[in-house]
Write a protein of this length. Structure first.
Length: 243
């Protein structure tokens, strides 16, 4: 019986409940086992993969600051490569940051030009919008975003006409498994961190997580997300490592 039980050791290490309330790695003194340096164990699972993805776009709030620089700083500090779906008009407004997305080693995708709902566009309108974003991204970021496309608001991900239109332009639509809910007005950093670590861990290998870098919640949550998932045995990959 003991032998049988040993086979069913969970493959993924759970994160301690007090991790988020303690502010993640910030309060190391109050945490006898800091999540970023878990005790070594002979039963350590092989790393499972998580893709952090960011819809890099104009903030969905009036007069809201852009948080992309802080997100890029956190990713660089913690040696994480991610995937950024870039809105064409955002790249035009933030050319220095847009260049840095690729210079930092992240995968670049297309998140449309005007951030309109894809199902509201005619086939010609969809093609014009997607191509406009592609041209802006190629000119400013210096990368071809094909075949990576993410629909604004997730609208059109199950629409055959939208998917066929994207296919004609050389794109596939790439959705997510875990919505961080960072876009909700009442979202907080600890709430986003808890949601992402718990749901990505529950999904396991290949989990794709959605963030928006303009939200305060994601800027605050990201260090805890990275440290919490690493403590749970995850390693971070770009979308092209999952495809
Ligand atoms: Zn978006």
């Amino acid at each position: 019986m003991i032998m049988l039980l040993a086979i069913f050791v969970p493959a993924i290490t759970p994160v301690k409940d007090d991790f988020f309330e303690n502010g993640g790695t910030a309060d190391v003194a109050e945490s006898p086992e800091p999540p970023e340096s878990p005790e070594p164990t002979t039963a350590r699972p092989s790393p499972w993969r998580v893709a952090l993805t960011f819809d890099v776009e104009h903030a969905d709030r009036p007069n809201h600051p852009d948080g992309t620089e802080a997100v890029l700083d956190t990713l660089a500090e913690r040696d994480v490569t991610a995937t950024h779906f870039v809105q064409g008009r955002w790249a035009q407004a933030h050319p220095v940051l847009a260049k840095r997305l690729a210079a930092d080693g992240h995968l670049i995708g297309n998140h449309s030009h005007h951030h309109a709902r894809m199902t509201w566009l005619s086939p010609e309108g969809l093609a014009r919008d997607v191509r406009a974003a592609e041209q802006a991204i190629r000119r400013i970021v210096g990368h071809d975003p094909r075949p990576w496309f993410r629909c604004p608001f997730g609208d059109g991900t199950d629409d055959p006409d939208v998917l066929a239109g994207l296919d004609r332009l050389g794109y596939r639509e790439w959705s997510w498994h875990v919505d961080s809910l960072d876009w909700q007005v009442k979202s907080t950093g600890p709430a986003v961190a808890r949601t992402v670590v718990e749901e990505a861990t529950a999904h396991g290998d290949g989990a794709v997580v959605l963030f928006h870098p303009w939200t305060n919640a994601t800027r605050r949550a990201l260090p805890q997300v990275i440290d919490g998932l690493r403590a749970a045995g995850a390693r971070f990959v770009r979308m092209d490592e999952l495809a």
